[in-house]
Structure formats: C-alpha cells, structure tokens
Design a protein around this ligand. Structure first.
Ligand SMILES: *Cc1c(COP(=O)(O)O)cnc(C)c1O
Length: 222
C-alpha cells in the first residue's frame, strides 16, 4: 500500500482552481501511508474511528491536522478533542453541547461542521435541512462559547445517477449560503465539506471548498 502520487497531484491541481482543501481520508490505512503523504507536504488527514485516530495521532508527526469525519459518540468527545483540527460530523444538538462542555473544560474552542443528511438513503447520519436552519437561529447556540461552527458537511447518495448527486450537492450549497447569513460569525462560517473519490468533481462544480478523498489517493480499502 502506498500513495497514488499521480492521482494526488491531479486532484490537488483540480482543487486549486476552486480554492478547495483536500482532506486525505486515511481510515484503515497505516501510519506509514500517512507519513508518506505528509513528507510530500500534505497536512490534512481524515479519520472515521476514534481508536484509529488515537493510535495514528501518537504515531504520526504532530503537525498533521486531523479531521474527524466519522460518526462521533458523545462519550468519545473528550478523547478526540485535544487531537482534532476540525470535527466534520456534528449531527445532533446533544453532541454539540457535549463538545462545547468538554472544550470549555479544556480551555479551547472546538471547530465544527454540522452534518446534513442530503442522501436519499436512510442510514446516513445528520440533521435535516430544516433542523440545521432552526439550529442556526437557536438562542442557546450563542451561549456555546467553546464551539465555532465553521460550516456544513454532507454525503451524497451512493448512486451512478449524476443528476441526483448534483441535486443533493446543489441543495447543500444553497443551504450553506442561507446558513452563512444566519451565522453568529459569518466570516468563520466558510467551509463546505462535500465530495469523495467518486463524486468530488461534481461537488466542486456545485461549490464545495473541502473534499474528503480516500481511495483515489491511498487505494481501495480492504
Ligand atoms: C470514507 C469516507 C470518505 C472517503 O471515501 P473515498 O470513497 O475513499 O474517497 C469521505 N467521507 C467520509 C465521511 C468517509 O467516511
């Protein structure tokens, strides 16, 4: 297993035109794989599982910016908080409140993205569009001084139907623009995390500025 350099450089070039950031998704890949990409100058890596993050955090250079992109349980917030740069998968008010509480104790501000359910599949986590809009105006949010909402994250349906994917991404971009108008700190609300190996080009076309790409860079996961 190693980094597909050709794909990596091609993707980075595509992202440049959109001023988008690449989160290299390293779940199920080794610390050696991460270090290989790190040595090429890459800093942003995405992990889905708490245990893997904890291990790789201790094995990889401290300058890695870790993105937690998986489903986060409230009882794991305390563990990952000191390690992560950005939490992509905030999918409930309860989780957000716990992140705020633990960040307050640690004396930090935790940067978060709200995960929105845009796919037509039942299984994916996330807020509905109306829930996100309601949350942006939620009075208690202004009292959560130890979380900073940097934007939204979403995953499109797993389908070959590009029209469907495009519709979902466009919907998320529109929601992002609306939420930005409501954000307590609109300038900080600037990150739209959407797009993976199979659909990142569509996501960029639809206004993504952060893509999460695993298999196209590190190869298929087993
Ligand atoms: C695994 C994963 C990715 C990356 O998927 P690839 O298809 O390997 O690019 C992106 N986002 C999330 C939330 C993931 O779980």
């Amino acid at each position: 297993m190693s980094v597909n350099k050709e794909n990596y450089f091609r993707i980075q070039e595509q992202l440049l035109a959109h001023k988008a950031t690449l989160v290299a998704v390293s779940k199920k890949k080794t610390a050696a794989d991460i270090r290989e990409l790190f040595e090429m100058g890459h800093r942003d890596f995405g992990e889905n599982y708490v245990q893997e993050l904890v291990e790789k955090h201790s094995e990889c250079p401290s300058k890695v910016r870790w993105h937690f992109i998986g489903h986060l349980q409230s009882n794991k917030v305390k563990t990952i908080l000191p390690m992560v740069h950005l939490i992509h998968g905030v999918d409930s008010v309860k989780l957000l409140a716990e992140i705020n509480k633990q960040a307050k104790t640690a004396g930090v501000v935790a940067e978060c993205l709200l995960q929105v359910h845009i796919a037509n599949e039942e299984t994916k986590f996330g807020f509905s569009e109306t829930e996100v809009e309601a949350l942006m105006l939620f009075p208690e949010l202004s009292e959560m001084n130890n979380v900073l909402i940097r934007g939204l994250m979403g995953m499109a349906s797993l389908t070959d139907n590009t029209a469907q994917i495009k519709k979902e991404f466009t919907g998320l971009k529109n929601l992002f623009d609306n939420c930005r108008l409501m954000a307590l700190e609109p300038r900080a609300f600037n990150t739209l995390s959407m797009g993976m190996s199979s659909d990142y080009e569509l996501a960029l076309e639809c206004g993504s500025n952060m893509v999460r790409i695993g298999s196209a860079i590190f190869g298929e996961r087993t």
